[in-house]
Design a protein around this ligand. Structure first.
Ligand code: PGA
Length: 264
């Protein structure tokens, strides 16, 4: 499979400031040791907690590593105590923002309509959105995973301005695989990625090119099988992104598959 790949580390509510800087510095140092990595082909992003965005920005300055935020509010400003808006994130150098992560759907009650508004707020502020979709275990067990993911993807992405699709990344993250150590098999993930790809294509020719990355217990030892699947354009990495070595191993896996794919 050709096309650009993405590997983003989602640090969630982890790290102190000092740990965030050390982790970011470790990532940029170790990335230099990955000969297969072409930053134009595999975009690497780090999503630290809000208070450490600027420190991480400074730690990766001069390196082709993108600063990513974990969430944004749907409004650009206002009386919303405790929230952070997309223009605020853009003003500190954030390039991309995750919207609709399952932990926000679950713990902050976010629904598809709100995810859509956040996505539009991000685009408006000049941030490129990473839209998360994914079913819960009970939904998969009931055979409803495609229907659930279809509703989420339609809610977030159907009928966007065609030019906006070039800025969007979709992350398929089965909720039962997040932080559980239970990854989807490469076949399960690949099947869903191809399903999502087909759905996106039905939104229009521009949407057909939206990359779909996989998230959910991605580790150095399972990335090769996942990245080899047609339709998996990279990874959104939680736990394994908190250690520079394992995160960079995942970048290496995606970079090597991108190379192999470009040759075949
Ligand atoms: P995990 O998290 O890699 O720890 O499963 C992935 C995510 O939530 O983005």
């Amino acid at each position: 499979m050709g096309g650009r790949r993405y590997v983003t580390g989602n640090w969630k509510m982890h790290t102190s400031r000092a740990e965030a800087v050390a982790l970011a510095s470790g990532v940029v140092a170790q990335l230099q040791q990955v000969p297969a990595w072409d930053p134009d082909v595999v975009r690497v992003g780090l999503a630290p907690p809000f208070p450490f965005l600027e420190a991480v920005r400074d730690a990766v300055a001069g390196h082709p590593v993108e600063l990513v935020a974990q969430d944004c509010h749907a409004e650009p400003r206002g009386a919303f105590t405790g929230w952070v808006s997309a223009p605020m994130l853009a003003s500190v150098g954030v390039r991309r923002v995750i919207v609709g992560h399952s932990e926000r759907r679950q713990h902050a009650g976010e629904d598809d309509a709100l995810v859509r508004r956040k996505l539009e707020a991000a685009l408006e502020a000049g941030l490129d959105p990473v839209v998360c979709v994914g079913e819960q275990l009970a939904e998969r067990d009931a055979g409803r995973h495609e229907a659930v993911v279809e509703a989420q993807a339609r809610g977030a992405l159907e009928g966007l301005d065609p030019a906006a699709y070039a800025r969007v990344v979709v992350a398929y993250e089965p909720v039962w695989a997040i932080g559980t150590g239970r990854t989807a098999t490469p076949e399960q993930a690949g099947t869903m990625h191809r399903f999502i790809g087909g759905l996106l294509a039905s939104f229009g020719p521009q949407a057909a090119g939206v990359p779909v990355i996989y998230g959910g217990s991605v580790k150095p030892d399972n990335i090769d099988g996942l990245a080899r699947q047609d339709g998996i354009a990279g990874a959104l990495v939680g736990g394994a992104s908190l250690e520079a070595g394992s995160f960079v191993q995942i970048v290496r896996g995606v970079a090597e598959q991108a190379r192999a794919g470009a040759r075949s």
